[in-house]
Design a binder for this molecule. Structure first.
Ligand code: DGL
Length: 271
């Protein structure tokens, strides 16, 4: 199975695209809802929580784990890949979602000025700036941390005036840095759950909204095409299993609303 991990509900936006583009694989989704959001937590904490989740997904039977979380990709991925994986499961793989986004970002901008919206952790890590400048040094990257947005999603306040107030506030702060920004990356997997609000706030402006889900799905498809040895290990055609570290009924309600299908999750302890 392919493991898909996020601090909470955000990773469902990535899973949804996986299911649309690669329905043949079996997936395990794990949301650490009991400890979400991760956005304001320290490097050490995000790393420790993410490693626990990865180990549990390995135990459940996932040789490949996607960190469908920018904060975890920014703060934990490299250490897990370089230090932990060789010791705990050298044959398994853990992939993140920042690099695939950085690879294609040049397709979305004409002015070569882009904005990243993400958690405080993602923004402070500077990971997007680093990855984009390695691949596309001509692109100028601006960032704005949006610490209120993941909690709004985790608390089910998606289509509310409060959500709109904060989306507008963060967009204005970003565009004030440079009015020529013509692409805004939703650099937190929770933000596509607020896509209607982003569209409303950005309507009339000539700015592309870059959502990661399709980008990451295309990138995984390509990875599995290039890594036949991994593809062979993956089970196919039995569907998706959902795990949450918090209340299962609560998880199912939001997950069903978002995925448009029945969800029966199981509570799992990863601590
Ligand atoms: N969805 C996550 C991300 O992509 C984390 C949000 C959070 O837990 O603060 O960054």
């Amino acid at each position: 199975m392919i493991g898909v991990f996020d601090s909470g509900f955000g990773g469902l936006t990535i899973l949804k695209s996986f299911l649309e583009k690669m329905p043949q694989y079996d997936y395990v989704f794990l949301g650490d809802n009991a400890r979400a959001p991760y956005g304001n937590r320290s490097y050490e904490t995000v790393y420790a929580y993410t490693l626990q989740a990865v180990k549990r997904l390995f135990e459940i039977g996932c040789p490949l784990v996607i960190l469908a979380c920018n904060t975890a990709s920014a703060k934990a991925l490299r250490t897990i890949q370089q230090n932990d994986l060789p010791k705990i499961s050298p044959q398994n793989r853990v992939l993140g979602i920042i690099r695939p986004t950085a690879e294609v970002i040049n397709n979305y901008t004409k002015t070569k000025k882009i904005g990243i919206l993400g958690t405080l952790g993602t923004v402070n890590s500077g990971s997007y700036i680093l990855e984009i400048q390695k691949l596309h040094p001509e692109i100028k990257v601006y960032q704005e941390a949006c610490p209120m947005l993941a909690p709004i999603v985790e608390n089910g306040e998606i289509n509310t005036p409060g959500a709109e107030y904060f989306v507008e506030k963060y967009i204005n702060k970003l565009l004030n840095q440079d009015p020529e920004i013509d692409a805004v990356v939703l650099g937190c997997t929770h933000y596509p759950l607020l896509i209607d609000t982003f569209k409303k706030v950005l309507s009339g402006k000539n700015i592309s909204i870059v959502s990661q889900n399709e980008i990451v799905a295309e990138s995984l498809k390509d990875y599995l095409f290039r890594h036949k040895e991994m593809d062979k290990k993956l089970e196919k055609n039995s569907g998706v299993k959902f795990f949450t570290t918090d209340d299962a009924a609560m998880f199912d309600k939001t997950a069903e609303f978002f995925l448009g299908r029945e969800v029966k999750s199981t509570t799992v302890d990863i601590f």
